[in-house]
Design a protein around this ligand. Structure first.
Ligand code: SF4
Length: 399
């Protein structure tokens, strides 16, 4: 069957100036020599998928990383024009680029606007210089503010700021001061994340060796609750567990993930979800460049059947066998992250009446625990459930 419907695109840029202490993303410092071949490979990978994607409208594109704003403008231009040549970008498509405040200037941001990037997401994380230094961020608080102002001057009308709360030994007042400073800039969107300690990071090493305390979960919960109130007072609507926006300024791209829609990920380690199949490209950027080249040399695969295409796509090194019970759980877990919750009629339409019945006991238990609330046609996570979201999600996973 010919694939149809909207298809979003994610483009992974794995380059960073320095590795931040808490970061376990697929990102690397010191790989500058790979930039040109990596962009060549991205464009070649687009070509590999172009026949599959032909005719599918693309409502959103997201450049994530890594630090996409480390790419020189001519390389961003090459990628954007290759995307436009090979995919049916909608005229009003949302095109987001993640930027590190320490890597941009007014001229760079103007060039992004000129090529059609219309949403910027700044990783600010904190407005305290000592906290930024502890996180190994490459910018100061003042530089973050300056970059934000340049982005407005350049014409960006949709700007997100990412902040992290619950840093080791961070008192409530310092988090409050960071958030207040972010609010005073009046961004259109904010993502507020609790610091998590990921295996293999410098932060995890420091904690294991007694050089840093673990983040305090109770303090993080208080910070989250305070932030929810403060963001509501200042006119931001929470629409997802960690995301707030001015009305109409939600991130359309991330909504595709949460609504379990279709997206194609391009680049090292990029994940995709096409027609119910989840898969990911090889993690290593160097290996990615080699494997894409090998597939391209063999000639672009024909056809539009995802399973058949994946057999030829050597750069795809992880494929999850589609399983209905996993697709159901994903739809619930991702959908419950959203304040709108999950539409039960839609859930039944997608997975059959039996699917809802299979969850009846779990829904009842979660409702009893005040973690879930249910109306006739929707289920939503409660405020208490947002604080204990993992408790909810773990119960929705298949055995
Ligand atoms: S800039 Fe972002 S992707 Fe790069 S190391 Fe820091 S947190 Fe990770």
């Amino acid at each position: 069957m010919k694939p149809s419907g909207a298809l979003s695109l994610y483009v992974h840029i794995p380059f960073c100036t320095l590795k931040c202490s808490y970061c376990d993303f697929n990102s690397y410092a010191g790989l500058e020599e790979l930039v040109q071949p990596y962009v060549d490979a991205l464009i070649a990978e687009m070509e590999l998928w172009s026949q599959y994607a032909r005719g599918r409208p693309v409502p959103t594109v997201f450049f994530g990383g890594g630090t996409p704003s480390l790419l020189p403008i001519p390389q961003v231009e090459r990628i954007v024009s290759a995307l436009r040549d090979r995919f049916a970008l909608e005229p009003e498509a949302e095109v987001t680029l993640e930027a590190n405040p320490g890597t941009v200037d007014l001229e760079y941001l103007r060039a992004l606007v000129a090529m059609g990037v219309n949403r910027l997401s700044f990783g600010v994380q904190s407005f305290h210089d000592d906290e930024l230094a502890n996180l190994d961020r490459i910018h100061s608080a003042a530089e973050a503010e300056e970059a934000y102002r340049w982005a407005r001057d350049a014409g960006f009308q949709r700007i997100n700021l990412d902040l992290i709360y619950g840093l080791p030994e961070q008192p409530m007042e310092r988090w409050q001061a960071s958030l207040e400073r972010a609010i005073s800039l009046a961004p259109d969107h904010m993502s507020l994340y609790a610091l998590t300690v990921e295996e293999g990071t410098k932060l995890a090493y420091d904690i294991d060796h007694g050089r840093a305390p673990e983040p305090d979960g109770d303090v993080q919960a208080s910070m989250y609750e305070w932030s929810q109130e403060r963001m509501a007072e200042t006119g931001y609507q929470q629409y997802e567990i960690s995301n707030w926006a001015r009305p109409g300024k939600e991130c359309r791209h991330n909504l595709v993930y949460w609504r379990n829609g279709d997206w194609l990920g391009l680049g090292a380690g990029a994940h995709s979800h096409l027609g119910g199949t989840r898969f990911a490209d090889v993690y290593s950027p160097k290996r990615y460049v080699q494997l894409v080249q090998e597939v391209a040399d063999a000639g672009p695969p024909n056809g539009t059947d995802v399973a058949a295409l994946l057999k030829s796509m050597r750069q795809v090194t992880y494929v999850e066998e589609p399983r209905p019970e996993l697709a159901r759980a994903d739809t619930l877990i991702m959908g419950l992250r959203l304040n709108e919750g999950v539409s039960l009629p839609e859930f039944r339409r997608r997975f059959g009446a039996g699917a809802e019945a299979a969850y009846a006991a779990t829904f009842a238990e979660l409702t009893e625990l005040d973690l879930l609330e249910r109306t006739n046609d929707r289920i939503r996570i409660t405020n208490r459930g947002r604080l204990l979201a993992n408790e909810v999600f773990v119960r929705l996973l298949p055995d």
